[in-house]
Design a protein around this ligand. Sequence first.
Ligand code: CIR
Length: 260
Amino acid sequence: MYPHNRFTHALTRTPTDNLSAGLTSQTIGAPDMALAYQQHTAYQDALRACGLSVTALAGDPTYPDGCFVEDAAVIYGDLVVITQPGALSRRGEADAIAAAFAHRPLIRLTGEAYLDGGDVLFCADRVLIGLSERTNRAGATALRNALRDYDSAVRVEFVPISGVLHLKTGVTELAPGVLVFSPLMQTEADFSFAECHTLPEREWHGANLVPINDSLLIMEGYPTVTELAAKHARTVHTLAMSEFEKMDGSLSCLSLRYHA
Ligand code: CIR
């Protein structure tokens, strides 16, 4: 049993036709929306295939990045921490996510504490919080305090990063204690607690994997990831994410996974 990857439910938010108005650092064209909806549906089907019950919130064109729900909350056991996303245009996304979790113990980051859920990685015996362009030290500290109040034994480490949008663009956990890195992420952090694999340059966007129960979601088009996944995971779901990659998105950002 590996508690932080055991889930029963997932929350998603349907993309809106103006997805291309969202934030991106990519220059590979605007998403084809017919394909984006198809990929989002296939993603939700994969979550269901992993045994999760999926709740899909309606999209709101006021927030073209709203489908990337992972950034608006961090869920640990029963605790839901609603974030203040680092990008100004995304701050309002958190209200709909807070409403969806109104029945659970809920904490909201306030003041100068900014954090994107994409910077929070539960792996091995610890929680890593990336200090990035979106997550500041005040945000990371507020999250650490909330996690510690909820579970005094939790181990939290800050990981300053650059070269990628979020910590989880740069590293995720393929299997207990096995990490996969993007070659683009720069960090001085010590990952010697894990078995580490760095992807080749051309596969830089493939490091974002989602372990769920006994399954693993990976993105189509990354042969090294496919090979590693086959070695470590019992069931692998390979998903086309091309239209979300155009908006700096990948797999984990499109859902909040939790135990209910
Ligand atoms: C953004 O730049 O905020 C969105 N276009 C993409 C967010 C992706 N989120 C994630 O990987 N956790």
